[in-house]
Ligand binder design. Structure first.
Ligand code: PEP
Length: 251
């Protein structure tokens, strides 16, 4: 039995007032759910609020990014050890928006992944193909290379303390979800690729699906054998939606 995880990625959204209502709604609305780990990943300035609202509850806190460097003259950056010092558990690494908008390369992503693992955080490593890449029939090549960049740098054993999120770029924030079969195909590919390096790690690692997951489609996605939960963007900003998605993973 693999750990089912539903992680909310708020992206650059929120305010003190909105967050308070949202967090309270998630804590109360997911209380008592068994068999699913609920995570909320907020922008850095609101992590203190997550800590206040979520510590002592069943909901975990996470960040959306970190620096590959540990400390020093890196203005504007936040290190893995700072996040750990702050009591965080999860951190999203290599989201497609960071790769596409902020120019993060596979090398940077691998360095960030290592920084997270070394600090005792659990990285949620995002991989996914663009629409053009899917249409060109190179989805497996693209996600395989994104995964290999990390396993080649840290070794497959380091994945034992991580989570993978398959997020087709064409499904993120577009309302266009991958079908359960399309997602399952890529999840199975990723798991087999990890199994070729370490079968035990492959069997245990949670692989989440992300890309326009909603309360209405979560259950059919999570019913697939290699889909172990979801990374949720837009729907994580509405507690009722997010709670329903957590419930679908717990079933
Ligand atoms: C995401 O940002 O990781 C994501 C999956 O977004 P959305 O659910 O809005 O498609």
């Amino acid at each position: 039995m693999r750990n089912k995880i539903v992680a909310g990625n708020w992206k650059m959204n929120g305010s003190l007032a909105l967050n308070e209502a949202l967090l309270k709604g998630v804590v109360s609305g997911t209380a008592g759910l068994e068999g699913v780990t609920c995570v909320v990943c907020s922008p850095f300035p609101y992590l203190f609020q997550l800590q206040g609202e979520l510590s002592g509850t069943h909901v975990f806190s996470g960040a959306q990014n970190l620096s590959q460097y540990d400390k020093g003259a890196y203005t504007g950056e936040v290190s893995a050890s700072m996040l750990r010092d702050f009591g965080l558990t999860y951190v999203i690494i290599g989201h497609s928006e960071r790769r596409a908008i902020f120019g993060e390369t596979s090398v940077t992503v691998a360095e960030k992944f290592k920084a997270a693992v070394d600090a005792g955080l659990v990285p949620i490593l995002c991989v996914g193909e663009s629409l053009a890449e899917r249409e060109a029939g190179i989805t497996e090549k693209v996600v395989g290379e994104q995964l290999d960049a990390v396993t080649g740098y840290v070794g497959a054993e380091a994945l034992a303390h991580s989570v993978i999120a398959y997020e087709p770029v064409w499904a993120i924030g577009t309302g266009r979800t991958a079908t359960p079969e399309q997602a399952q195909e890529v999840h199975a590919f990723l798991r087999n690729r990890i199994a070729s390096l370490n079968a035990e790690v492959a069997a245990k690692i949670s692989i989440l699906y992300g890309g326009s997951v909603k309360a209405s489609n979560a259950e059919e996605l999570f019913a697939m054998p290699d889909i172990d939960g979801g990374l949720i963007g837009g729907a994580s900003l509405v507690s009722g939606e997010f709670n329903e998605i957590c419930r679908a993973a717990a079933r």
